[in-house]
Design a protein around this ligand. Structure first.
Ligand code: RI2
Length: 315
């Protein structure tokens, strides 16, 4: 068995446990881990190097199934890992990992500026979960001197909305925290529903934190535009050839603790982490390359990925 670097094991565990979470952050961590795997390789020959890189990529890939930014990051690094010697392979992989991470940073800044153009001075946004891409839009708007306020949904089961509340407060944005069930009640005070994405399918469907799709229906009902902030690494190339996006089911202990569960007795608990919002409920997908109506992202996908959806780590 090829040896997987301890840094890869640690990163994979952290992703699975959601110590590292959020589609962009997961991609960044995965690229970093592959870079470490390459930099500190003990491979004796190019074949051993490649086998270890593929094993590392498989280990990272198997952690969580839904955010396509993870396999997109792995593909980016592995496709650029070239050379006839271990030294050359190592150098190209380290360089590719660094390049991916720089691009990711830049893409989020660029996306933020596009998203900020949609926000006017005095606007109120509603957020769901914690998305660094969505936050980048608010941050850029605030940098432009706009006053933005936010309704922040706590986002059960893991209450990741609290991270959003904290980040927005750091930006000086007045925050009103609400429980998920209160969203409909306050949507008539909101100018934009602003969410992120874990994967975007070729038909423009948006896979994001569970609760997004119901929230989008409510927002439609209230004529609130639904804006999805998502870098192009969230585009899921496999969906161009008919693959579907797997929805992660997480442990029931995130929903109810074991003691309470035992008290209640024989019930089933389901904990899907994500849901699918159809394109008809999405007004715009904001990326680093501009904003797109959901139905047109397939053209962007073809430009970026071609027909190529192979998983090099599975070869
Ligand atoms: P950024 C998160 O998933 C949320 O669903 C969030 O909207 C999405 O990733 C995108 O996050 P999880 O990892 O890439 O918290 O915009 O389950 O940061």
């Amino acid at each position: 068995m090829p040896s997987v670097h301890p840094a890869v094991e640690e990163t994979a565990d952290d992703i699975a446990e959601m110590e590292i979470r959020g589609a962009a952050t997961i991609a960044d961590a995965a690229a970093r881990a592959l870079g470490v795997q390459a930099a500190e390789t003990d491979a004796a020959d190019p074949e051993a190097f490649e086998a270890a890189m593929h094993a590392a990529a498989r280990r990272l890939h198997e952690t969580r199934p839904t955010a396509v930014s993870l396999p997109n990051a792995l593909r980016f690094v592995l496709r650029r890992t070239e050379g006839r010697t271990v030294d050359a392979l190592r150098e190209s992989a380290v360089e590719a990992a660094a390049q991916f991470r720089e691009r990711l940073d830049r893409a989020q800044d660029d996306l933020g500026r596009v998203g900020a153009n949609r926000l006017k001075d005095g606007d109120v946004v509603m957020t769901h979960c914690h998305s660094t891409d969505a936050l980048a839009c608010v941050e850029a708007a605030v940098e432009d001197g706009k006053h933005i306020e936010a309704y922040v949904k706590e986002t059960r089961p893991r209450n990741q909305g609290l991270i959003t509340a904290e980040r927005l407060r750091d930006l000086g944005v007045p925050v009103t925290l609400i429980v998920d069930n209160a969203a409909h009640r306050y949507l008539d005070e909101v100018d934009h529903l602003l969410v992120g994405a874990d994967s975007i399918a070729a038909d423009g469907s948006v896979v994001n934190k569970i609760g997004t799709s119901g929230l989008a229906v409510s927002a439609r009902e209230n004529d609130v535009p639904i804006v999805v902030a998502a870098q192009t690494i969230k585009l899921h190339p496999g969906t161009m050839t008919g693959h579907t996006v797997e929805i992660e089911m997480r442990d029931e202990s995130e929903v109810i603790d074991e003691e309470r569960r035992a008290e209640i007795g024989d019930i089933e608990v389901l904990n899907p982490a994500f849901d699918v919002t159809p394109p008809r409920h999405v007004d715009a997908i904001v990326t680093e390359s501009g904003q797109f109506p959901p139905e047109s992202v397939v053209w962007l996908m073809r430009d970026l990925f071609g027909e190529e959806v192979a998983d090099p780590w599975a070869e």
